[in-house]
Write a protein that binds this ligand. Structure first.
Ligand code: 4BW
Length: 158
């Protein structure tokens, strides 16, 4: 019979080092560049260009998370057969183009899950039970913690 592969938990030492700091080091909602449902693609492109980030969240007026948008998604949406249809920038809304299938995090203490998802995602959106957007946890945050862990003195060594 085939044995189920056991997924190892993250090391206790690493877990201790992180403490509750993932929640603490989350970039909170008010500092995250975003666009709103109802915004057209021209506005979204402007925000993406000005903030410099490649993918940003799409929120509604109650700060609920609906999707993610990138410049690549916008370009793809206005790409005609023979030319780029720039006029569509003003016609199409972000909700017609945004990505809706992506992982979200409700429990920031689940570090194992966060680390695993960040292998494939540059950042993870954190929401509460009613999907209100709380902020993002980025790869940079995690890599900074890992860097600190790597350079922390080993217990018992001189
Ligand atoms: O404008 C920038 N400022 C700073 N300080 N760093 C930046 C900036 N733009 C890019 N970076 C760096 C970061 O290290 O390049 C990495 C990749 O950016 P990205 O994905 O492809 O735009 C950044 O890595 P990160 O901090 O781990 O962020 C991962 C992703 O999270 C970013 C972006 O999609 C999103 N993000 C990060 N901070 C954000 C944000 N989205 C909106 N608002 C923020 N404040």
């Amino acid at each position: 019979m085939k044995r189920k592969r056991e997924i190892p938990m993250i090391s206790e030492q690493f877990n201790d080092l992180l403490g509750n700091s993932l929640e603490e080091s989350m970039i909170t909602a008010e500092k995250v560049a975003h666009v709103q449902i109802g915004n057209n693609l021209e506005h979204a492109l402007l925000v993406l260009t000005k903030c410099g980030y490649s993918v940003i969240p799409v929120l509604d007026f109650e700060y609920k998370l609906h999707g993610l948008i990138s410049a690549a998604m916008i370009t793809d949406a206005i790409l005609g057969l023979e030319r780029i249809e720039y006029e569509k920038l003003g016609e199409l809304k972000v909700e017609e183009v945004m990505q809706t299938d992506f992982p979200i995090i409700e429990d920031t203490s689940n570090k194992e899950k966060i680390f695993r998802l960040l292998v494939d995602q540059p950042f993870l959106c954190v929401v509460d039970q009613v999907r209100e957007f709380k902020g993002i946890i980025t790869r940079r945050i995690i890599l900074k913690q890992v860097n600190r862990f790597i350079h922390s003195p080993v217990e018992g060594s001189k």
